[in-house]
Design a protein around this ligand. Structure first.
Ligand code: NAD
Ligand code: HSO
Ligand code: ZN
Length: 435
């Protein structure tokens, strides 16, 4: 049985500006206002009722009766010991690559004597309490535990509070518990969705409040992160890391079987994933349509992928340069360049993470190349970065002045202070000059 009505090929040149915008609108954006209203209600319930609300909302959305939201260390240990040997080995191997890439990101402190006797420093300190959201609604993602936990541990964060939707047994999976133990998670909470974000933001009887919330999630999770971070005194967040996005730029050298496989790999994350292929080759686009139908039929998660493919875009441009321009305007989470001159083009398009050439499938980076798979979505890659070690650090400055340094600086400061009408500032300098 064929699950897919093959997405049509759209000729970019035939669209006006409004049609182009509509074609590339993210599916999750369309439902945004309803999502926000629902999430506001969830946040309010958790803030008012703590654990009781977490239990009620988990029963409602996840259909699981939780005895308590937080797992005991014993429960985590028992679950972790159940991980099959081959999964443990894969987690260990992925850990090594992710660790190597993130350990190399330690920033260097800066010390500059801006003028004699005036020393300025830029220093880094770890965030103390971090919340790690691990998606678990439609697929359980132990790989995300590594992507969040490794940089958190390398940065030196003291409290790593992990939240993820529970399985039917009220627990988290053996692989998630094994990865959590390996990275040094301190608190494991079997709650997902917007209610988990609320618990991390406000704290409950069993969930410690955190300073910053990290991690990808569906539209509810992402809306909750955005809302709590905008509240006065609310936690910081990493970025809007929402439903998966992949945009592939392909030329005539691309292999349609690879293209379809990659599009399906991100489509299977959820019906709200957005996958796009832009090419100047009509033959490549047509061959990819056939491949999509052929490969989809053989996938276990074909119903999810098929729903995501209803929003799949296959776009025919007049030239490869035009394809690059379309990709740059869209600023995808994942950019795959399956072109002859992919290495050259890698810096020309804004994206969360770039996969260069025919042998760099996004799935490789999702698990184990070493780069982080928590990436900006919704076009945020135009200004936001992929997750890294620096996100778990706080940057602050320090200045140390000698008496002679202050004397030399004084005329500059007092003149500027008086220009701004701030006499007390000028006097705070002058009080120290006549010692
Ligand atoms: N951008 C990235 O870096 C990145 C990385 C990994 C995964 N992802 C994305 O994360 C997402 C994971 O989504 P998911 O749904 O599988 O898991 P999830 O853990 O994000 O969300 C599941 C939770 O959503 C809540 N929920 C479900 N239906 C609800 C409703 N109608 N109202 C309120 N709450 C509801 C439930 O509490 C449930 O526990 C996918 O879209 C995937 O593409 C993104
Ligand atoms: N593609 C996801 C990021 O959007 C990450 C992931 C986890 N597991 C598999 N893939
Ligand atoms: Zn993926």
């Amino acid at each position: 049985m064929t699950y897919l009505s093959v997405p049509p090929i759209t000729r970019w040149a035939e669209l006006d500006a409004a049609q182009r915008r509509e074609l590339l609108q993210r599916p999750a954006q369309a439902a945004e206002s309803q999502t926000v209203t629902r999430v506001q209600g969830i946040l309010q319930q958790v803030r008012a009722e703590g654990d009781a609300a977490l239990q009620r909302l988990t029963a409602q959305f996840d259909r699981v009766e939780l005895p308590t939201p937080r797992l005991t260390p014993g429960q985590v240990e028992v679950q972790a010991a159940r991980v099959p040997a081959e999964v443990r080995a894969a987690i260990d191997a992925a850990y090594d690559n992710i660790y190597a890439f993130h350990a190399a990101q330690q920033p260097r402190p800066v010390t500059v004597e801006t003028q004699p006797g005036v020393i300025c420093e830029l220093r880094y300190a770890p965030l103390q309490r971090v919340g790690l959201y691990i998606p678990g609604g439609s697929a359980v993602l132990p790989s995300s535990v590594l992507m969040l936990g490794i940089p958190a541990a390398l940065a030196g964060c003291q409290h790593l509070v992990l939240c993820s939707p529970p399985g039917a047994d009220g627990l988290l999976s053996p692989a998630v518990c094994y990865a959590a133990t390996k990275v040094g998670v301190t608190d494991v909470v079997a709650v997902g969705g917007a209610q988990a974000v609320a618990a991390l933001a406000y704290g409950t009887e069993s969930v410690p409040r955190v300073d910053k919330i990290f991690g990808p999630g569906n539209a509810y999770v992402t809306a909750a992160k955005t809302l709590v971070s905008s509240e006065a005194g609310g936690p910081a967040i990493d970025m809007p890391a929402g439903p998966s996005e992949l945009l592939i730029v392909a030329d005539k050298t691309a292999d349609a079987a690879f293209l379809a496989a990659d599009l399906l790999s991100q489509a299977e994350h959820g019906a709200d994933s957005q996958v796009i292929l832009v090419s100047s080759s009509a033959a490549v686009l047509e061959a990819t349509c056939h491949e999509l139908a052929r490969q989809l039929d053989r996938l276990p998660r074909r119903d999810i992928a098929a729903r995501a493919l209803t929003a799949c875009r296959l776009i025919l441009t007049g030239s490869l340069d035009e394809a690059i321009k379309v990709a740059d305007d869209y600023a995808p989470e994942h950019l795959s360049l399956q072109t002859e001159r992919a290495a050259e083009q890698a810096g020309q398009i804004r994206a969360g993470s770039v996969f260069v050439g025919h042998y760099a499938p996004v799935a490789g980076g999702d698990y184990a190349t070493g780069t982080n798979h928590v990436l900006p979505t919704y076009g945020a890659a135009r200004a936001s970065s992929s997750l890294g070690l620096h996100d778990f650090l706080r940057r602050y400055t320090v200045q140390t002045l000698s008496h002679s340094g202050l004397k030399a600086l004084a005329p500059t400061v007092t003149a500027l202070a008086r220009e701004e009408g701030l006499e007390a500032h000028a006097r705070a300098i002058e009080a120290r000059l006549n010692l």
